[in-house]
Design a protein around this ligand. Structure first.
Ligand code: ASP
Length: 337
């Protein structure tokens, strides 16, 4: 099947608008901040793709208590993996076209250590299995049954990841079995998280259930080091969300970190990353990609293909939901230009 046909456009008219900055309802509430002036150089900070308030608040709680960036990103994204109302990550994620929930995740630390799991089933916290791969094995990626077996050996419990809601949606989907990449699914999606701790060290994590109703066995960018996530403790970090095939084709997160190494700001680097992708996809409007980056100084930036992507930022001056600029803009009557 041709990729264009396969990745059928469906979501342009429904593309979500950028939500206004929100005050967090989390326990660890601090004042909301809304401008770039809020960047506090060389201080702990966490950012994540989309407006995942609870996940970023958890990560911030760890950083604020002097914890390290690796623990912060792992514990932060676990919040979304456990949230069954989030149907794009972890337990409650939408299944593949055969009705199986298959999860992808990776994690990377300040020393360039990394771990990943792909096509993992029956385990609610792929990010923690990825960390175990990093810390307990000489390997980087474990896949499928092997990853699941490894998880059980490490003490993870078997769980049914399909919920009543995702089961019902899947049954409905089977009636047409049309494969669609929806832009800005519910205004959230894969969670990629980047943090700097009080020692100035970076870490990142990325976790997803991937594209809903994907071909069985499909793995996207999210667990691929360099594509969905990359950290270089000398320079900064980047992470991605959206159609993973396009992110992999440009090794997006690695590209963005390298652009920052060459002197670009996180914002400039994300913009260049998206432009590289659009150059290979001239005129194509049927997909979304969002990049998020942070440099060693704690400056952040993001860029996406279509309006609707945002990222949540948490530091000692508070937290905010930062709308991302986009390659395409959309007029009120829905025309993309
Ligand atoms: N990047 C993910 C993937 O391709 C999905 C997403 O972020 O929408 O699997």
């Amino acid at each position: 099947m041709q990729r264009r046909k396969f990745l059928k456009n469906s979501g342009l008219s429904a593309a979500g608008m950028v939500s206004a900055p929100l005050l967090s309802s989390c326990k660890n509430e601090t004042k909301a901040v809304v401008s770039e002036k809020s960047v506090v150089p060389n201080q702990p900070i966490v950012v994540c793709t989309w407006d995942f308030k609870n996940a970023s608040a958890k990560a911030w709680e760890i950083l604020d208590n002097g914890g390290n960036a690796l623990d912060a990103v792992e514990q932060g994204v676990r919040i979304e993996e456990a949230d069954v109302t989030n149907e794009t990550v972890g337990k409650g994620g939408r299944p593949d076209r055969d009705g199986r929930v298959t999860l992808d995740a990776c994690i990377m630390d300040k020393d360039g250590n990394c771990g990943a799991v792909v096509y993992l089933q029956n385990i609610a916290h792929p990010i923690s299995v990825a960390r175990k791969v990093m810390e307990e094995t000489p390997h980087i990626i474990l896949a499928g049954k092997g990853a699941e077996q490894f998880a059980y050996e490490q003490g993870f419990e078997k769980e049914d990841l399909l919920t009543e809601s995702t089961k019902a949606q899947y049954q409905e989907w089977l009636k047409t079995s049309e494969y669609e990449t929806i832009i800005n699914i519910e205004n959230h999606d894969t969670i990629g998280m980047l943090a700097i701790d009080e020692k100035g060290d970076l870490a990142g994590a990325c976790t997803t259930s991937g594209m809903a109703y994907k071909v069985a066995g499909r793995v996207g960018d999210s667990p691929i080091i360099g594509a969905g996530l990359f950290i270089d403790n000398e320079v900064g970090g980047a992470t991605a969300t959206g159609v993973g095939e396009e992110v992999i084709r440009t090794v997006g997160s690695f590209l963005i970190v390298e652009l920052m190494r060459q002197g670009k700001s996180p914002q400039e680097a994300c913009e260049e990353g998206v432009k590289r992708i659009m150059k290979k996809n001239e005129g194509r409007e049927d997909f979304q990609i969002g990049f998020l980056a942070i440099n060693k100084q704690g400056e952040t930036g993001a860029f996406c293909v279509h309006p609707g992507f945002s990222y949540r930022r948490y530091n000692q001056s508070g937290h905010d939901n930062v709308p991302s600029k986009s390659f395409y803009t959309k007029t009120e009557d829905g025309v993309v230009s």
